[in-house]
Write a protein that binds this ligand. Sequence first.
Ligand code: PAF
Length: 283
Amino acid sequence: MQVVEHISEVRAVVEPIRRAGKRVGFVPTMGALHRGHLDLMQTARRECDFVVTSIFVNPTQFAPHEDLAKYPRPKERDLELCQSVGVDLIFYPTVDEMYPRGAVTSVYVDGLSTVLEGAIRPTHFRGVTTVVAKLFGIVSPDRAYFGQKDYQQQLIIRTMVRDLDMAVDIRTCPTTRDTDGMALSSRNAYLSPSERTAGLCLSQALKRGEQMAADGVAPDVIADAMQDQMEATPGVALDYAVVVDPWTLTDLTTPQPQMVALVAAHIGATRLIDNAIWGAPLY
Ligand code: PAF
């Protein structure tokens, strides 16, 4: 496994591989890797000839009051984990490498970036789409792998790829969960044992909602029930619990064959999100 810091080094490694007709898979991450990331890398390993991972805590997707400074950066452990699942190349750039002085261009997906996570974190998705567009330009992958855990993020990235004619196939992989249903997230590391127990209310609300959807209950009634259930959990400050159209993210009032439920809450100082796709698989 090679570890490089410079854009020119990534290109020098990847270009001959692409020229040889090999399929390049890419898993962008911010490090602090967990089983969810490793599942993405293993899927890329199975489907591609060469697997690239980037580890970059992207400052432009954090608001000034968010956790950029304390975001975990366990470099050695992350590199070992990547090695253990057969990643071929790690791109581990500095902030200056990604955002040299004078960089003024950004990529923004209008509409979808303004709702749900975007309403609460107004600058977040511009940072995500800008860095992902840059990473796609650097790595030139055939396929890029994202977790369903960040449903809105992967939808926005798919929209960017479609609108900007980027030649990359986006793969969305199922959320990896602990045995009790908790979605894996790098931010789970911030939770105390009692906060982690409270945090289970996200996946539990989604489970109950899924049952209600199977029973034909209207999506807006399900959303209300999920909100009530989460708000009744001590230590939980609800941001949202909604049932939306998978492509437009607009609230639903009547059931449709495919729906997405999205939940977000603060548990103490930590913000958690989770979601579920109801109906036929989307991806
Ligand atoms: O999901 C993440 O870890 C980040 O948002 C991403 C896609 C690596 C961009 O920084």
